[in-house]
Design a protein around this ligand. Sequence first.
Ligand code: HEC
Length: 128
Amino acid sequence: MRLRFLPVVLLVLMPSVVFATADGAWLRRVPDEDRARKNPVAGQAAAIRVGEGLFHENCARCHGVDADGRTTRPSLRSARIRGASDGSLLWMLRNGNPYKGMPPAQALTEPQRWQVIAYLRSLPASKK
Ligand code: HEC
C-alpha cells in the first residue's frame, strides 16, 4: 500500500507550497532615490553594537539569532542581501513585504534601522 505514505509526503511538501520562498522580487520595487541612500552610520562600531541588540529584539525570532535564516525566513547574510544597497534594505525595513510575511519594522526609528543595517553588514557571508 504505497498510498500509505501520501499524507507524510504532503506534510513535508506543504510548507514550501503555502509559504512561497523568498525570491527578492521586492528589490525591483525599490525606487531609485531610496536605493541610492547611504547609511550615515555605516561601519561605525557603536552603531553596530546597538544594531546587534535591536536585531535580537526585532528580527532574530524570524531570521535566526545568527541572521542566517530559519525555515522560510531568508538569510540576511545571503549573496542577495550582501549585494543589495543599504538604501534598499532601509526601504525594506520601512515597508516590509506583508504579503510574504515580512512586517515593516514599525517599532524602530529610522536611525535605529540604519543601526540594524550596519550590524547586518558586519556579519560574515552565509555558508549555506
Ligand atoms: C514575523 C517574521 C519576521 C520578522 C520579525 C522580520 N522578518 Fe524580515 N522577512 C521575513 C520574511 C518571511 C521575509 C521574506 C519576504 C520576501 O520574500 O519578500 C523577510 C525578508 C526580509 C528581507 C529581504 C530578504 C531577501 O532575501 O529578499 C530583509 C532584508 C529582512 N527581512 C530584514 C529584516 C530585519 C532587519 C528585521 C528586523 C528589524 C526583520 N526582517 C524582521 C520575516 C520576518
